[in-house]
Write a protein that binds this ligand. Structure first.
Ligand SMILES: [Zn+2]
Length: 65
């Protein structure tokens, strides 16, 4: 348990200080992978586990009907 909302979040959220990494995708992690990183703000180590969920969007194609 942690003070911060750091599970199943869109951004990587540091469990120590709550810093949110809006560019977590830059780590290039894939589904189910976990990695140890140091927080950019408090510099404490944390374990990040990546959960990828797939979504689909559709739209009509102009002129193809
Ligand atoms: Zn931190």
């Amino acid at each position: 348990m942690s003070l911060y909302d750091n599970e199943y979040t869109k951004d990587i959220v540091c469990p120590h200080c709550g810093y949110a990494w809006s560019d977590g995708w830059e780590l290039g992690m894939s589904d189910g992978e976990d990695e140890r990183i140091d927080c950019r703000r408090c510099e404490k180590p944390m374990n990040v586990e990546c959960q990828v969920s797939v979504t689909y969007s559709t739209k009509k194609i102009e002129g193809a009907e």
